[in-house]
Design a protein around this ligand. Structure first.
Ligand code: FES
Length: 340
């Protein structure tokens, strides 16, 4: 028996390692050629302190209070030299990946198909040439063929599968958009580096509100795939806003999720005054079904910077402070910037 452990480093890099039954995270990382911070490996120095809020594990009683206090343990802090997982876990390591003799993973993928699914959105499907793991909501950097430039795109596909998909904003004249729309064909090889990012679905312990702007829908598709597989007993509501009617994509897939994921509902909103859509304006105009739950809600938001700012302003104006608020701002030509 072994478990998948996601090591999230403070530079945004995530590396997945396998951890054997009874093995500590520190030892498993070392076996996987990752040197996590450590000094004593005996629960004495505290150098290996990190945190874990996702997964089951034992810390034992061999460590001393100077290394990890009871209060710290109650907050989810761990010592990797003492932590023995009994399920898959996500562990935050407060050090850069490069300091741990590792770094961002790289692999190639083969293009299966590329479709212009709206004037503003491109769907790219790849088969990864090797196994790839990511947390639902994370992104990879994809190199634009023939250049050294990379672009950051969130996975919209199911974690754990080599069949990858991405929802990419079509930027007229953009480097990646021009390649995808003008040249890309099935069989092309693309180089991916990642996974990256802190915008990923945490364990669902309270209602969840998802707010997507444009192709910011992508990470939520991966999260919904995860919820479909794992199930949830918490209300989960998605508000998906776009500028024009024909920017709306993946609506059938969302209807399918609504049919298959218990407690999941969604609404689509179009901003343009010319729209024939029933719900017009911005997502903040249509929060009536949002499971705000007096602030006892986990909010996830992915969209362009003005939308992120508008939603933050909405919550401030309502005097609501959600239990957790995770957001990812994206713009067409720069890497994603995530805040959790
Ligand atoms: Fe010293 Fe873990 S390495 S407490």
């Amino acid at each position: 028996m072994s478990y998948n452990i996601a090591l999230n480093f403070e530079d945004g890099v995530t590396r997945f390692i396998s951890c054997n039954e009874g093995e500590t995270v520190l030892d498993a990382a070392y076996r996987n050629q990752i040197n996590l911070p450590m000094d004593c490996s005996d629960g004495v120095c505290g150098t290996c302190k990190g945190s874990c809020h996702q997964g089951q594990f034992e810390l034992g009683d061999e460590y001393i209070d100077e290394a990890l206090t009871d209060e710290e343990a109650a907050e989810g802090k761990i010592l990797t030299c003492q932590m023995v997982p009994s399920s898959d876990c996500v562990v935050e390591i407060p050090a850069a990946s490069t300091l741990c003799k590792t770094g961002i993973a790289s692999l190639t993928g083969t293009v299966v198909e590329v479709n212009l699914i709206s004037p503003t959105a491109i769907e790219l499907k790849l088969t990864a040439d090797d196994d790839i793991a990511f947390l639902p909501g994370q992104y990879v950097n994809i190199q634009v063929p023939g250049t050294k430039e990379v672009r950051a795109y969130s996975f919209s596909s199911k974690p754990g599968s080599r069949e990858l998909s991405f929802l990419i904003r079509n930027v007229p004249g953009g480097l990646m958009s021009s390649y995808l729309v003008g040249q890309c064909k099935a069989g092309d090889k693309l180089t991916l580096t990642g996974p990256m990012g802190v915008f990923y679905l945490r364990p669902v312990a309270r209602p969840v509100l998802m707010l997507a702007g444009g192709t910011g829908l992508a990470p939520f598709m991966a999260m919904l795939e995860h919820l479909k597989a794992e199930g949830t007993d918490q209300p989960t509501h998605l508000l998906y806003g776009v500028t024009n009617d024909d920017d709306l994509v993946c609506v059938q897939a969302l209807e399918q999720f609504a049919a298959e994921v218990e407690n999941f509902s969604f609404k689509t909103v179009v901003a343009s005054a010319d729209s024939a859509h029933p719900l017009k304006g911005y997502v903040t105009n249509h929060m009536e079904d949002a499971p705000i739950n007096h602030g006892e809600v986990d909010v996830y938001l992915c969209g362009p910077p003005p939308m992120v700012d508008a939603v933050l302003g909405y919550f401030r104006a309502q005097g609501i402070e959600p239990t957790s608020f995770h957001y990812e701002k994206f713009s067409p030509s720069v890497s994603a910037e995530a805040v959790a």
